[in-house]
Design a protein. Structure first.
Length: 215
């Protein structure tokens, strides 16, 4: 019975990871369309982003209920749920970023658009390595060493996002924009960078769970 409960939780977690991946892919489309000036298309993708994140929340609650009912050993249940929550926070950050662009409509110059798009690609794109790490651990397709290789890549990518953010922040604040515009664009960058920050947290939590599993 315990094994059956664990198998059900694993199926739900794999579905949750897929939904978070979908959320970030939709979020990428949202902000890219916004920056390219297609607001109508951006709204469509934002709606899809919200839908994916909402569905992921429902699955997260179901995972929690199954853990409460006895799936996994008591010492691992809390860590498993914290891991699911950490993935969910990545989706939350992507949804919040999408909402920020469409609600606050930051004004980005043509000169800065390519650099914003680069940061967006790197930060939202962190989901690829994070998803691979999660699928690797829960589907037992690879060993703990491979899981760590994927989580290390998440960390490397987060560092690349930090570097891009730093460079673009400097460019914003030495520009001729007024201070209010500069602060608005900095807030915009913070929302974008939040995604890779939360992904790094999820990678750290996955490494912790992997370590406890090995021990």
């Amino acid at each position: 019975m315990l094994f059956k409960k664990e198998k059900k939780v694993v199926r739900l977690i794999l579905k949750h990871i897929d939904l978070i991946d979908e959320c970030l892919k939709n979020g990428t489309k949202t902000v890219e369309c916004y920056i390219e000036g297609d607001i109508s298309e951006a709204k469509i993708w934002a709606h899809k982003t919200r839908g994916s994140e909402s569905e992921a929340d429902v699955i997260r609650y179901e995972i929690r209920d199954n853990l409460y009912s006895g799936a996994y050993l008591p010492g691992l249940r809390e860590d498993i749920y914290k891991l699911v929550e950490s993935f969910d926070k990545v989706g939350n950050a992507a949804e919040a970023c999408s909402i920020f662009f469409l609600n606050q409509r930051p004004s980005i110059s043509d000169e800065m658009k390519p650099k914003f798009l680069e940061v967006i690609k790197e930060s939202f794109g962190v989901i690829d390595a994070l998803k691979s790490a999660g699928l690797c651990y829960f589907s037992s397709d690879c060993n703990e060493k491979t899981v760590r290789e994927f989580t290390k890549e998440v960390g490397f990518q987060e560092s690349r996002v930090d570097k891009l953010e730093w460079d673009l922040t400097k460019e914003i604040f030495v520009s001729s924009l007024d201070f209010a515009q500069k602060m608005h664009l900095k807030t915009c960058l913070d929302h974008i960078g939040e995604i890779s920050d939360r992904a790094e947290d999820a990678g750290d939590q996955l490494e912790l769970v992997t370590l406890k599993s090995v021990v």
